[in-house]
Design a protein around this ligand. Structure first.
Ligand SMILES: *Cc1c(COP(=O)(O)O)cnc(C)c1O
Length: 374
C-alpha cells in the first residue's frame, strides 16, 4: 500500500474562484496566472478548471509549451518576457505574447528575424523596483518599441507592491496614469489583491479615478487557488474563494501520553495531562512547513485540533483530545476540505509558519501523489 498521503486538486474550486475574479472586475479580461507549475498544483491538473480564463500568464517557456500542448489556442503571456534571443523564436512558433521590461529585451526584438510581428506588454516600474522601466524612461522605451517592425500591439503593464496592505495602490497608480495617459494600448495592472481590494463601483470612478485599477486585463494568481491575498485582514471565505488544493494524510499510529511525557525531536511539547496523540504520515519532506509550532490547526476526521511537538521529515503529531474516537486510519486534513465539508485554511497554517499560502502550495513535494477531483 502506498504511504497514506494525498493532495487533491479541485476543478470546481477553480471555476468558482475564476468566477469570483470576474465578478470583481466584470469588464476586464482575466489572465489566469499559472506560473510555478500553477502554484504547485500542476498546469495539466489546473487546466480544466481554469480554461474559462481569457489567457494564461506564466514565466517559463516550457510551461507555455505545456499549455499549448493542452490544446489552448488563446493568449499566453510571458510575465518576465524573453531571457535570450532564442526565446523569441519560440514566441513566434507558439504565438506567445511577452513582457518587455528592459533595454536588452528591446535589443533582442530588434535582432529577431520574423515576418509576424509580436504582441508585447511593456512593463513600468511604478515603485516595486524589480522589473520595468521607470516612469522617466517608459515613454522612450515605448517609442523605440513602436518603431520596430517586429512589434505589433504594445500593451501597458505594471505590478503593485502593496495592493494587499494599508499602503494600497494609489501612488503607483498615479505614476502609471501620469506617464501613460495619452499612450494607446490595453492596460494590465492588477494581481489578486488589487483585483479584490481596489476595484471600485463604476459610479465612484469619477470621484476617485486613481482607484480604477481594473483596466483591460487583470492578473489574478493566488485568488484562483483559493487563498486570500491579504490574510489575515481577510480570509479566503471572506472573499468567497474555495481551496483548490487539499492535502490529506492518515494517522498511522497513536500514543497515550502520561502527564509530563514529551513528543518528538527536541521534546519541545510536554503533556500537561494524560492525553492521546496521533502520528500522521505527513512531514516537511511532503511540503508541510517545519516551522509550524505546537498549536498549528489541523482537522482529524473533519474536527479541528492542533499539532503538538516538532514537525519531522515524514511525520507530525496531533492532539486527539477533541476527537477521542480517532485512531489509526483516521483522516487528517492538513489544509483544504475534509470529507465532512469542514475547511482548514491554508493561509492559517502558513501564518503559523510565518509565511503565506503561496509558499505552501508551491512547496508541495514531488513525492506526494496528486489526484484531480472534478
Ligand atoms: C505572480 C504575478 C501575478 C499574480 O499575483 P497574485 O498575488 O498571485 O495574484 C500577477 N502579475 C505578475 C506580474 C506576477 O508576477
Amino acid at each position: 500500500m502506498p504511504r497514506p498521503i494525498l493532495a487533491t486538486v479541485h476543478t470546481q474550486a477553480f471555476r468558482n474562484n475564476l468566477e469570483r475574479a470576474r465578478r470583481a472586475a466584470p469588464d476586464a479580461r482575466v489572465w489566469a496566472v499559472v506560473k510555478a507549475n500553477a502554484y504547485g498544483h500542476g498546469i495539466e491538473r489546473a487546466f480544466e478548471g481554469l480554461r474559462g480564463a481569457d489567457g494564461f500568464a506564466l514565466l517559463d517557456l516550457n510551461e507555455a509549451q505545456r499549455v499549448r500542448d493542452l490544446g489552448w489556442r488563446g493568449p499566453i503571456l510571458l510575465l518576465e518576457g524573453a531571457f535570450e534571443l532564442r526565446d523569441l523564436e519560440l514566441c513566434s512558433r507558439l504565438d506567445l505574447w511577452h513582457t518587455v521590461h528592459c533595454d536588452a529585451q528591446i535589443d533582442m526584438l530588434a535582432a529577431h528575424k520574423t515576418n509576424v510581428p509580436q504582441r508585447v506588454f511593456l512593463k513600468m516600474n511604478s515603485g516595486m523596483n524589480r522589473l520595468g522601466f521607470t516612469p522617466e524612461r517608459y515613454r522612450s522605451a515605448w517609442t523605440r518599441l513602436n518603431a520596430l517592425p517586429q512589434v505589433d500591439e504594445i500593451s501597458l503593464m505594471t505590478h503593485f507592491s502593496d495592493a494587499d496592505g494599508p499602503t494600497g495602490v494609489a501612488a503607483q497608480m498615479a505614476h502609471f496614469a501620469a506617464t501613460t495617459h495619452d499612450l494607446p494600448g490595453e492596460r494590465s495592472l492588477s494581481n489578486s489583491a488589487a483585483t479584490l481590494r481596489h476595484t471600485v463601483d463604476p459610479a465612484q470612478v469619477a470621484a476617485h479615478p486613481e482607484r480604477l485599477v481594473v483596466s483591460d486585463w487583470v492578473r489574478p494568481g493566488i485568488a484562483l487557488y483559493g487563498s486570500a491575498p491579504d490574510f489575515p485582514a481577510h480570509s479566503a471565505a471572506d472573499w468567497g474563494l474555495q481551496a483548490s488544493m487539499t492535502l490529506t494524510a492518515k494517522i498511522i499510529a497513536t500514543q497515550s501520553l502520561s502527564a509530563g511525557a514529551s513528543v518528538g525531536y527536541g521534546s519541545s511539547f510536554v503533556a500537561e495531562n494524560d492525553m492521546r496523540i496521533g502520528v500522521v504520515a505527513c512531514g516537511y519532506a511532503d511540503g508541510y512547513p517545519r516551522l509550524c509550532p505546537t498549536g498549528t490547526p489541523v482537522l482529524v476526521d473533519g474536527v479541528r485540533t492542533r499539532t503538538v511537538g516538532r514537525v519531522s521529515m515524514d511525520m507530525i503529531t496531533v492532539d486527539l483530545t477533541p476527537v477521542p474516537q480517532a485512531g489509526s486510519g483516521s483522516s487528517v486534513t492538513l489544509w483544504g476540505v475534509a470529507a465532512n465539508g469542514a475547511t482548514q485554511s491554508i493561509d492559517e497554517v502558513a501564518a503559523c509558519a510565518q509565511t503565506v499560502g503561496y509558499e505552501l502550495m508551491c512547496g508541495l513535494a514531488n513525492r506526494v501523489p496528486v489526484e484531480v477531483s472534478l
